[in-house]
Design a protein around this ligand. Structure first.
Ligand code: SF4
Length: 364
């Protein structure tokens, strides 16, 4: 990978969530949220396990009532990954979920029922040594802050609201904090983080709220999350998509892979094809793409670095266009010319290209 593709990350405080560290120089953690009824522990545990198997590092569960808080006890016990309780309005549910053993609590300090109640939640989190995620969104900005910004929950209002909440929690002698600001506008989201990033030391949880369906929500999430990650901002991400949360995990990985923030990732660089292409490149690309997840897992388990693999339709521009690739193939008439870091290796017939690339990847 060339040095100009390496993103310099903002140095955020490292915060441990049940053994998974967010911030510092740690890899960006992929999160998701269950959509089962939390009171149904068996269904929720099954979904948590499926999310964990897909690569989700931390899972959040809604905690809307006392029965859900009690159910969290079982979910926490049986989950292979840290569980975060999502609390709105009722501080007693935050206390009950902390008591149930969750690894983090997501609250909005402004809607938890007053300063005394917030202090009680913070005391409980401190006693259990668990962090608090301070969540701010367009709907949670106070009337006073809205008034200061012409009645709009714009980026400045969101940043001000988040800062106010952070100071409130800090004033209680607590700094085990993760901050999330969420807007359904990628631009507002971006601007709010840019306004806040230098003013607080805490890690950011990134996501575009109400992003949409799996078909449409991935694009706005890629822009909203990816733009900040490229500025070095963001330590954990969630791609919120309507429906099955299992769709969220690969979408998050796609964003991280696209900007070289996924350790051990194999990024396939592939030309669009044009009038010079003399090989069925889409078929070769599909075959290569199919084999990459297993190879990527092998690399991750072996602690190997990421790789960029180029598949180019022609030999004239191929190796040149793919100069930044670690490995690649530039195709001719029904054949491919393999290369490693710009150095030509050998020719293979078109139907052997995928296999040959897999072998080269394994040897890296
Ligand atoms: Fe066309 Fe060759 Fe460029 Fe592919 S690499 S788009 S075949 S010129």
């Amino acid at each position: 990978m060339s040095s100009d593709t390496v993103i310099k990350r903002r140095a955020a405080k490292a915060v441990s969530v049940g053994g998974v560290t967010i911030g510092g120089a740690n890899p960006i953690v992929v999160q998701s949220m269950t959509n089962t009824d939390t009171r149904d522990a068996a269904a929720t545990v099954a979904q948590v396990k499926a999310l964990a198997a897909a690569g989700c590092g931390i899972v959040r569960c809604a905690c809307p009532d006392a029965e859900a808080a009690e159910s969290l006890r079982t979910i926490v016990r049986e989950s292979p990954v840290p569980i975060v309780a999502d609390i709105h309005f009722d501080y007693r549910l935050a206390l009950a979920s902390i008591e149930a053993g969750v690894a983090k609590v997501r609250i909005n300090p402004g809607n938890i029922g007053g300063d005394d109640r917030l202090a009680e939640v913070i005391r409980a989190a401190k006693a259990r040594r668990i962090p608090i995620r301070i969540g701010v969104n367009s709907g949670s900005v106070s009337r006073e802050i809205l008034a200061n910004h012409g009645g709009h929950a714009n980026a400045a209002a969101l940043a001000e609201s988040a800062l106010e909440m952070v100071r409130k929690v800090e004033d209680l002698g607590f700094d085990d904090i993760v901050v999330s600001i969420k807007s359904s506008s990628a631009k507002t989201n971006y601007d709010a983080h840019m306004l806040l990033a230098d003013r607080i030391p805490y890690p950011f949880h990134l996501g575009i709220t109400e992003a949409g369906t799996p078909a449409s929500g991935k694009t706005i999430s890629a822009i909203g999350i990816g733009s900040l990650l490229m500025q070095g901002i963001g330590d954990t991400i969630r791609v919120s998509l309507t429906g099955d949360p299992l769709n969220e995990v690969p979408a998050a990985y796609d964003i991280l892979r696209a900007i070289d923030l996924l350790p051990s990732a194999i990024r396939l660089v592939c030309c669009p094809t044009c009038g010079r292409t003399r090989v069925d490149l889409p078929a070769v690309a599909a075959e290569v793409e199919k084999g990459l997840p297993a190879l990527e897992t092998e690399r991750r388990l072996a602690g190997k670095p990421g790789l960029r693999v180029a598949l180019m339709g022609c030999a004239v521009n191929g190796p040149g266009e793919a100069r930044d690739a670690d490995l690649g193939c530039a195709c001719g008439v029904n054949e491919g010319l393999l290369f490693r870091r710009g150095e030509i290796l050998r020719k293979v017939p078109a139907d052997r290209i995928a296999e040959a690339l897999f072998e080269l990847i394994r040897n890296e």
